[in-house]
Ligand binder design. Structure first.
Ligand code: CMC
Length: 430
């Protein structure tokens, strides 16, 4: 931590010095850790809009520029030149791998893709019409009941095994959730396929026919996974860190992250966005929905628009839009009506005063659903695909937190505005 200067807070005539830490990138950070002990006051910041909850070296976002870096590498460059498992290595270990390190890592992930056979029976406890995210939360939480040899968070080797297990098994579990809801038999992973190709195989192969992975689709899916791999201290990542700060096991922490991701303001937006675009249906209905989004009395929001940090284009959305054009073109369905609605919606919104003044731009979820839909995924699988892609980010952040000597159990304070002391009144006298 590089402490360059200090700020002075004056309160009730007394002055308190607050160290100011200089980050490698981004705004300076006031250190208020001793504030309560020294001055007896809390800070108030619902939604953590001005609060840095940890020190991190993994991901950096410049919201004004619309820039996203993983370990210093821009997402545009990674999306163009890298692939998902290489980005996983980068996030987990801090450097791009050598060819030998990459091959060893891919081998380790591939060897862990199967799940404990008894997990197959565990699925049967769910209703067939369960949302795959509900199944995912339950089954990932249950991993701690199956993998007892990787629960000790104080053992670096066990932490490593848990990390590899989750990166390897999340696609298997997500595909099983999909197969279960479709009433089809589970498909075992195939280690000759790459990570994205194997996921497509587990989702779309059936015993009655041979399934050949379409390389256009597996490349596009790999890119979607890369674009979702990490996004610094967002709601689900902060949830994973908070859960982990109590010493909970890594499977329980990732299950907590998945539960948080499910909400429509976060990872659930990709499902909600495609459903919205379909509901709009035709370009002529866009103004009606734009008007609704602007109406303060209508809770409707343009899904796939806006972001807490980006006040410019989400760089992931740019890549995703190009990808949507490319994939639909290669599949010969470039006249897809949903894509037409999305593009026109983006055009109109970006010229509208409301969206311009509030700096609301398309985010990663705006175009991803269109690609996933073209691949044959139902909307209910969009958020599970986000979850399996984000798993590496959650684990990297969790591992960083465990190794951080400054990290304590997460325990925010509050601004209490309830009743003061009251005398208990017996029920007969109320
Ligand atoms: N449509 C219409 N108005 C919006 C939208 C939207 N999508 N997003 C924000 N606003 C307005 C909001 O009403 C508020 O207006 P005012 O200042 O007049 O009250 C202003 O913009 C600021 O919004 P906010 O809710 O205070 O901003 P936030 O940082 O708390 O919320 C957000 C960020 C992403 C939750 C929000 O923009 C939103 O709900 N977007 C739609 C859901 C979505 O696409 N989520 C995916 C986020 S990216 C994927 C991920 O990382 O999870």
């Amino acid at each position: 931590m590089d402490t360059k200067t200090k700020a002075t807070l004056t309160l009730d005539g007394k002055s308190y010095d607050l160290p100011v830490h200089a980050p490698t990138l981004g705004p300076n950070v006031l250190d208020i850790r001793k504030l309560y002990a020294d001055a007896g006051v809390f800070t108030y910041d619902p939604g953590f809009t001005s609060t840095a909850s940890c020190e991190s070296t993994i991901t950096f976002i410049d919201g004004d520029k619309g820039e996203l870096l993983h370990r210093g590498y821009s997402i545009d460059e990674l999306a163009e030149h890298s692939h998902f498992l290489e980005v996983c290595y980068l996030l987990l270990y801090g450097e791009l791998p050598t060819a030998a390190q990459l091959s060893d890592f891919e081998g380790r992930v591939t060897r862990h893709t199967m799940v404990h056979e008894q997990m197959h029976y565990f699925f049967r406890g769910f209703r067939r019409d369960s949302h795959p995210m509900a199944t995912l939360v339950g089954v990932v939480g249950a991993m701690s009941a199956f993998y007892h040899d990787s629960l000790d968070i104080n053992d670096p080797w066990q932490r490593e095994v848990a990390a590899i297990r989750m990166i390897a098994k999340l696609p298997t579990i997500a595909a099983m959730a999909f197969k279960y809801s479709a009433g089809q038999p589970f498909v075992y992973p195939k280690n000759s396929l790459d990570y994205a190709g194997n996921f497509l195989h587990m989702c779309f192969a059936i015993p009655a026919e041979d399934y050949v992975v379409n390389p256009i689709l597996s490349k596009a899916l790999d890119r979607i996974m890369m674009l979702h791999a990490d996004h610094e201290q967002n709601a689900s990542t902060s949830t994973v860190r908070l859960a982990g700060s109590s010493g909970a096991n890594p499977f329980a922490c990732i299950a907590a992250g998945i539960a948080c991701l499910w909400g429509p303001a976060h990872g659930g937006a990709n499902q909600a966005c495609l459903e919205m675009l379909r509901e709009i249906g035709t370009v002529d209905r866009i103004p009606e929905f734009i008007a609704r989004a602007k109406n303060k009395d209508d809770p409707f929001r343009l899904m796939g628009f806006g972001h807490r940090v980006y006040k410019n284009f989400d760089p992931r959305a740019k890549v995703m839009k190009e990808s949507a054009d490319e994939v639909l073109g290669l599949l010969g369905i470039e006249n897809n009506p949903t894509l037409q609605v999305a593009k026109e919606m983006e055009r109109i919104a970006l010229e509208d005063d409301y969206f311009v003044s509030k700096k609301l731009y398309p985010n990663v979820d705006f175009y991803s659903g269109i690609i996933l839909d073209a691949m044959g995924f139902p909307t209910s699988m969009f958020t599970p695909i986000f979850a399996l892609s984000r798993t590496v980010g959650w684990i990297s952040q969790w591992k960083e937190m465990i190794a951080d000597k400054d990290q304590k159990i997460g325990r925010p304070r509050q601004l209490y505005v309830g009743e003061k002391h009251r005398k208990y009144v017996d029920v007969r006298h109320r």
